[in-house]
Design a protein around this ligand. Structure first.
Ligand SMILES: [Zn+2]
Length: 282
């Protein structure tokens, strides 16, 4: 059904679902966790994160991968998460979805060395540490965003309140139209305003997850995962040259991206590796 759907409509539906349903689903799954099933929220999260064609399969059956998951969650003092597999043509090949669930793309498993796979899993597991904080921040962001939108709407409604005891039809229409206009106009602004600090928080969490993974499986393995991503991006750029984009679009994207660049992440890991070496020598 998804395939037949027009892509613009699909994007619109995903955006609406993210804004409206996700906070409720997140709350529901917090209160009634369903550990053995791929929940609607997980499917939505996969879809939103670009794996729209995602086919969520049963929990992983590959013995080696399961071995890594158990080994690493024990090392990191975490409950072993549920891992789901998905098919995707998109770049994201491993992700932390929500409480106790990690998704791995089939390609990721096929293209990784055992050390890289361990590093990838360790990175996703590291997100488990921050999970409740992330969920709270994510819900907070939506509440703030919608609070501001509704606030603008109520403000316009209040400011344009007719002063007459018996207001004309025109005054009433004016008041309501202005409220709707304020709500719609505030939409993209509050979206970006709340997305930027949220994204900055997410970028810091990525660096933290890399650091934790590096400590557990070795910095070299984590760096190698990121270097592979750079190589893949470079191969893609030669295959499909990037289209010219406006500067301001790039600026906005810079502030709302949830992941630091691979180069930044590698530099941070190299820094930590240096520090660890110094500590060991002392
Ligand atoms: Zn991550």
């Amino acid at each position: 059904m998804m395939n037949a759907m027009n892509s613009k409509l699909r994007t619109a539906l995903l955006t609406i679902s993210r804004e409206v349903f996700e906070p409720f689903l997140a709350l529901k799954e917090l209160v009634f966790p369903e550990p053995h099933r791929v929940t609607l929220l997980e499917k939505l999260a996969l879809a939103r994160k670009g794996a729209v064609e995602a086919h969520v399969a049963d929990p992983i059956t590959d013995a080696e991968v399961i071995g890594f998951i158990h080994e690493l969650s024990e090392k990191m003092h975490l409950k072993t998460p549920k891992i789901v597999l998905y098919h995707s043509d998109t770049k994201q090949q491993a992700m932390h979805i929500n409480n106790n669930t990690v998704a791995l793309g089939y390609q990721k498993i096929a293209n990784s060395t055992p050390d890289e796979l361990r590093a990838t899993i360790a990175h996703e597991l590291a997100h488990q540490h921050d999970n409740s904080v992330s969920l709270a921040v994510s819900i907070g962001r939506v509440v703030l965003d919608w609070g501001a939108k509704i606030g603008c709407c109520l403000l316009a409604h209040h400011v344009l309140k007719p002063t007459d005891a018996d207001p004309s039809m025109f005054d009433k229409i004016k008041q309501n139209a202005a409220s709707i206009f304020a709500f719609v106009g505030a939409g993209p602004l509050t979206q970006i305003a709340t997305e930027a600090p949220y994204a900055a928080f997410r970028r810091q969490q990525e660096l933290n997850a890399d650091a934790t993974a590096g400590k557990v499986v070795g910095y070299d393995a984590m760096e190698s995962v990121l270097e592979k991503k750079i190589a893949r991006d470079q191969a893609e750029t030669t295959e499909y040259p990037p289209t010219n984009r406006k500067k301001w679009v790039e600026h906005i994207e810079h502030y709302i991206r949830t992941h630091p660049s691979f180069e930044t992440r590698i530099a941070a890991l190299e820094n930590l590796e240096e520090q660890a070496k110094h500590k060991a020598q002392r």
